[in-house]
Design a protein around this ligand. Sequence first.
Ligand code: ADP
Ligand code: ADP
Length: 226
Amino acid sequence: MSEVILNHIQKVYPNGYQAVKDFNMEIKDQEFIIFVGPSGCGKSTTLRMIAGLEDISGGTLQIDGVVCNDKEPKDRNIAMVFQNYALYPHMTVRKNMEYPLKIAKLPKEEMDARIDHAAKILGLQNLLDRKPKALSGGQRQRVAMGRAIVRNPKVLLMDEPLSNLDAKLRGQMRIEIARLHKELKATTIYVTHDQTEAMTLGDRIVVMSDGEIQQIDTPQNLYEKP
Ligand code: ADP
Ligand code: ADP
């Protein structure tokens, strides 16, 4: 079970800017949640607070009933996939995927098994010895996903993972993400500007504006009502 509860979450950056005002939401186990809203409305900040990459200024974050405000990122059982891939350029695909597992001090056999499984479901088997610069954009994004899923996260955060890809590849990757979600069953929060992604992937869509939630609804109610 991986419920994520955001209770009156706020973010005030050190310069005094309040990027998130009063974010309240209960995300159910295995739910696929989409965040939409104009640039600068606080989507990334919210994801980064959930991941532990940014301090929470107010409110409580609960994952599986445990308050996580002060937990290190590595202790949250969360993985995040970024728009710009954030791969280590000097490491091969295998090393990139191995890195988080080394930090978690997994035994070698377990690391290899997880990497092989991720490589198989993401179609990376033949690319494991390449470095990122020898990969296409779509392949890099798959490696970024591979590096996230090898950790068997209970919660998967994705910040516009497909926005650097061309339309055709985006369509293919969208289908793969849906498939991946079925297999992994991780509770997922996904930021996008793409309405097709929001509609096809999301169980519920959170519409944000100016650091606040404007509306939370199903894709059907949000986009298909007259
Ligand atoms: P979104 O992901 O919706 O585009 P962000 O969460 O990245 O929005 O940013 C929300 C707001 O917080 C923006 O106005 C942005 O300029 C501001 N912001 C982001 N990071 C910082 C920072 N480190 N210091 C001050 N303001 C920031
Ligand atoms: P470092 O400078 O130590 O290499 P990173 O930039 O790799 O740091 O990561 C910064 C922090 O973010 C670390 O605490 C790490 O545990 C965490 N982190 C790194 N990658 C991810 C990810 N994909 N999802 C969630 N947290 C991550």
